[in-house]
Ligand binder design. Structure first.
Ligand code: NAD
Ligand code: UDP
Length: 313
């Protein structure tokens, strides 16, 4: 099968390209390197079944493909807020361009949506039937509303043009191949602890997140694309074990005992969701999927990755 992965050089995309190649597929990786570099796909470039296209998803594309995974979009708050207008364009124009490509090829297309569509949620844990609580005027809206509009486009292309869609809502995911300057909490804490710098907790640290290891996400994502019951979603993919940010900081310090880092408290960013935990009953029922990797084990693997990376740099 010929599979296009947009955002394929990023954290999630590079793991996905690797898995799809290992399954024997031909993979076309599209990226503009806005939040990534060649480093994550360097080892794939010599594979004859792997092609890289330097392209921006906001620009239409005409190629032959059987499946599309649409991942292109900055995912970390510091990156998506740097050029918010571009973030909206990437989500919305990117979705239109990739849905047109799917329509013209009669290809199946999966959208990497996000738990951010739930905003600062009023129901807990979040089920797919919850419509969310997003401030459409806030600093996070370029990402949240961009992703919500992309979901709308996916469902309208499905109803109007019969495009074979799949929509997943990804909850906080971490692991090797996150960029050093990514800015999300897991990579920040690990890098800070390895460099003996203060761990920066925003707010009091009592806000919660549920952290999913990358291998669990990739397993759920490919299961969703390949499910043959025409289950289109949206479906939550995340780890339902919830931690406060303070607990995460303490766990990172416990796993890097040689670190001299202390915890410091900084202001909480605007509209930062107070709690986040997926209800994964739907994924369990429809995809027979549950995450396997405990936070402590996933953190150990991620710490090893960043140790090596910091040594090299
Ligand atoms: P990432 O920033 O590592 O990867 C995103 C990739 O998209 C990068 O390689 C970037 O260069 C590329 N990109 C950005 N704008 C582009 C454009 N206009 N044209 C072409 N390429 C572009 O982030 P990630 O964590 O790998 O996230 C991948 C996808 O999964 C994103 O769509 C994100 O919204 C979604 N997601 C991720 C998480 C998570 O916790 N990792 C959670 C929810 C949703
Ligand atoms: N956060 C933090 N310190 C950091 C980075 C993030 O305390 O150095 C907090 C952030 O305010 C949020 C949580 O950790 O409450 C998760 O942030 P992240 O950027 O990883 O993802 P998101 O907010 O999109 O879930």
């Amino acid at each position: 099968m010929k599979i296009l992965v947009t955002g394929g050089a990023g954290f999630v995309g590079s793991h996905l390209c690797q898995k799809l190649l290992a399954q024997g597929n031909e993979v076309i990786c599209l990226d503009n390197f806005q939040t990534s570099s060649k480093e994550n796909i360097q080892n794939l470039l010599t594979n004859p079944k792997f092609t890289f296209i330097l392209h921006d998803v906001t620009v239409p594309l005409e190629i032959k493909v059987d499946q599309i995974y649409n991942l292109a979009c900055p995912a970390s708050p510091i990156h998506y807020q740097l050029d918010p207008v571009k973030t909206v364009k990437t989500s919305v124009l990117g979705a239109i361009n990739m849905l047109e490509l799917a329509k013209n090829n009669q290809a199946q297309i999966l959208q990497a949506s996000t738990s951010e569509v739930y905003g600062d949620p009023h129901i807990h844990p979040q089920t797919e039937t919850y419509w969310g609580n997003v401030n459409c005027l806030g600093l996070r809206a370029c990402y949240d509303e961009g992703k919500r509009c992309a979901e709308t486009l996916f469902f309208d292309y499905h109803r109007q043009f019969k495009v074979a869609i799949r929509v997943i809502r990804i909850f906080n995911t971490y692991g090797p191949q996150m960029a050093e300057n990514d800015g999300r909490v897991v990579s920040n804490f690990i890098i800070q602890a390895l460099k003996n710098e203060p761990l920066t907790i925003f707010g009091q640290g009592n806000q919660t997140r549920s952290f999913q290891y990358i291998d669990d996400l990739i397993a759920g994502m490919t299961k969703m694309m390949d499910n043959d019951q025409d289950f289109i979603g949206p479906v939550n993919l995340g780890n339902p074990t919830e931690f406060t940010i303070k607990e995460l900081a303490e766990l990172v310090l416990k796993l890097i005992p040689q670190s001299a880092s202390q915890i410091v408290y900084q202001p909480l960013p605007e509209d930062d969701p107070r709690q986040r935990r997926p209800d994964i009953a739907l994924a369990q029922k429809k995809l027979n999927w549950v995450p396997q990797i405990k936070l402590e084990d996933g953190l150990k693997a991620t710490i090893e990755y960043f140790k090596e990376k910091l040594k090299k740099h």
